[in-house]
Design a binder for this molecule. Sequence first.
Ligand SMILES: [Zn+2]
Length: 127
Amino acid sequence: MVIKKLFLWHLKFFSDFKMKVKRGDKVLIIKGKDRGKTGKVLRVLKDSERVVIENVNLMKKAVRPNRKRQKGGLVEFPSPIAVSNVQIICPRCNKKTRVSSRLHEKKTSSKKNKHERICKKCKGVIN
Ligand SMILES: [Zn+2]
């Protein structure tokens, strides 16, 4: 019984996680060397629970010159950080916030359940 409960909780946890951060969200970095910075989410890596954020956690990579880039040298690019290190900034109230998800449309034969994200501070819908 306990194991089954844990398993269900797990499922719930991950389905919630899926909804939290999306590409295009504005987020605040709350941990690490870039703490305090804000940026736009460029990519969400669901499997590793990481996100790539514009101008955050920049790494340098050496590139060789090629036809597109005449010069070789160091190129800066943002590398992924753990999703637990960021917090969403609500586009409505402009505060760092947590979101909860609410069922928006029930699934039909052709569509899956649709959720919408709710800002816990202003209760506005984020999307
Ligand atoms: Zn809000």
